[in-house]
Design a protein around this ligand. Sequence first.
Ligand code: MOS
Length: 731
Amino acid sequence: MSDTQQNIIGAGVPRIDGPDKLAGRANYAADNLSPDMAYGYGVFSTIAKGKVTRLDVDEAKRMPGVIDIFHHDHFPSLYRTPSSFVQGNKVEETRLPFEDERVYYEGQFVALVVADSFENARAAARHVKVEYASESAVANLAQGLEDNGTQAGGGHSRGDAASAFDSADTTIDVTYHTPVETHNPMEMHASVAYWDAQGNLTIYDASQGVVVERNALSKIFAIAPERITVHAPYIGSGFGSKLWTWPHAIATAAVSRELGRPVQLVVPRQQMFTTTGHRPETRQRMRLATDGNGKLVSLRHEAINTTSFTDQYVETCGSVTKSLYSCPDLTVSHATTQVNRGTPTSMRAPGAAPGLFALESAIDEMALAAGVDPVQFRLDNYAERDESQDLDFSSNHIVEATKQAAERFGWHERNPQIGSMREGREIVGYGMAACNWEALKRPCDARVSLRADGTAFASCATQDIGTGTYTIVAQAVSDVTGIPIDRITVKLGDSSYPDGPISGGSWATATTLPAIAGAARNALDELKRYATGSNGIFAEASADDLSVADGALRYDGKQASFAEVLDAARYGSADGEAHTEAADSKYSYRSFGAHFVEVRWDPGISHLRVSRVVSAIDVGKVINETTARNQVEGAVVMGVGMGLFEATEYDERNGRPVNNDYAEYVVPVHADQPEIDVILLDYPDLAFNEYGARGIGEIGITGLAAAIGNAVHHATGKRIRELPITLDKLM
Ligand code: MOS
């Protein structure tokens, strides 16, 4: 750390990419147009299961501007990717586009029209005539279980949960459901691809992971990864839907090569409900038991989620259950059942978001059954170490988070009697829940250059999906070098930069910053060598004698700016690269917190609202107070959506999502927002990385829907075990 920049880490530095976004200078994937661009538009299956028996493109081909129409009989031959997370070439839908005539879900690409304009492609797509042999589709989780049963999806077991349950004092056995939720980022999924004369592919894609996409495309096109460049400098969010490469990006690259010209393809909003992932439907059976002192003695969490017929996607609902509470006899199991929907994918806090709805609602039910206040019940049962891995937590302040949030919220004013807290026409309900998310740090490379004009330049092939990654990278460079933020350029979202992590899993901060800091230190070391070399400005000194402050080197009471050092030595820049490793496995690394929620229920007009949320979050060191708070606030809003509004509804007859647009897929609007009060605990987790930061994107949504449900129960006496908690369920 430089001597004078001690406060840049943690400061609420405004987003450095903000001005470009506001001014319209930030180019998103679909914006990368060129004069000879061709435009693709999909033809999408209108059945959920069966096959294409006839595809008549004659009329469509005669439409204005049409260049070509691709489908399973007319599509370039591609290769499969192993879709391995470890190899870094994962895709979620492993079936290659147009691979055969089979239809696995409504909204699957069955043809792709390419024309000289978007409008011409879209118009022609309506004239492609598709005939199907339709088969009866598996429409939902219940049908999947009936028709196909389940596939095992892993789990965890310790002790003997069944016997402990059978001999316990108080038990509950309850089942929760969560619906399909769809990510719905503002920016549409879109790809722009072109191939140069040497057969190198450039693709602009709305991607949360340019390196993984490059690697997957390298497998699919069977060319070296170095010949592919994936660009995603700006992303209009993704929430997980843009983590892995979907069929539209592969198809865009394939037809661009075939046609020998750049192609742009935007996925229509309706098909963002079918062919770019979703959070699957879950059914979760919870069996809990306590002894006479309110101590948990048995916990079983059995989760089933829907997956597609092409791939197995496991929603790891019990990922938190195995370590949040102390319990000797515990079983977590995951299973999937196949339905005729597109392949699901990670959506903000995958596993934990639906999983903590079940767990934290069940903990509330268990506390009430045991006659213990729900806050006290948690304080009595939180695990002190990770019993699932037999490891200490690196840093865990959940007790303090729970107590601080309870105090700020005013939990002590709660009258536990159901429906007892009235204010005018409204009944006030108080509920709370714990929140939790794993902390991961992956291998990472980064590069930093200190330039002769006094600026710095940092690059890493990670992305900023709107969360503030550009800004915190600049903060880290500034922290090490003392160069002010406005003289630091950060470049992300380009697979040709040093390999960085996906923007997902709340990994990016913890993974990227140590590599950036290491690269900046290595650049400083090079600069010090220049300063102490034969032409150096401090030729008489040794590198170890130099100190760094404010973008300058100091020696023996003298100071020379980086620019002066470089100028004297005749170097344009001093450069450093660094590689940092994944986190070790000495500890269990997790983030913790608690949500306290006030709801108001007006039984006269059946109106329910979330009026107040207090969240205390322990994510280790907070790198940027503004963007961190923003992440938790955004996650709380998304949690309100999950609790009260969000569900993708499918027509049982054809497997079609029916509320597949912004008008009908209901998310919270401004009038639905509660007053949100976020407490960031800010205890550095230095066992995890040098900044002590664990990442903050996902934890805020975990537990929120349960806290709402628990508050609704307190207000109304109704225990709603199926999300979302809509008014019809309260009447
Ligand atoms: Mo997140 S679901 O890892 O984008």
